[in-house]
Design a protein around this ligand. Structure first.
Ligand SMILES: [Zn+2]
Length: 92
């Protein structure tokens, strides 16, 4: 069972649902689906008034070398740019 769980985590959710071809069943999956819907709803309604540029990481301690502008209220990524602009500018 744990092997299946591990593989599932690596795949985008829409691919998992298609490839499995079965309905979500466990309480955990229902909660997860519910949570995702609420987040999407929040991000749709949010006006993204307070945002911040921050470094993007693909794993803990591993930067992608890009900066992302994230809404501080709903956590949505609004913009993405190459390079660590902010940090280098401050060094001059
Ligand atoms: Zn927002």
């Amino acid at each position: 069972m744990w092997v299946i769980r591990t593989v599932k985590c690596l795949l985008p959710r829409h691919l998992i649902q298609k490839s499995e071809g079965m309905k979500m069943s466990s309480d955990y999956e229902k909660l997860e689906e519910d949570f995702d819907k609420k987040i999407m709803d929040l991000q749709d309604k949010c006006l993204h008034k307070e945002t911040m540029w921050m470094e993007e990481y693909w794993a803990v301690g591993h930067s992608t070398g890009c900066m992302v502008r994230v809404c501080l209220n709903c956590n949505k990524t609004l913009e993405r740019k190459e390079g660590k602009g902010g940090k280098n500018e401050n060094r001059r």
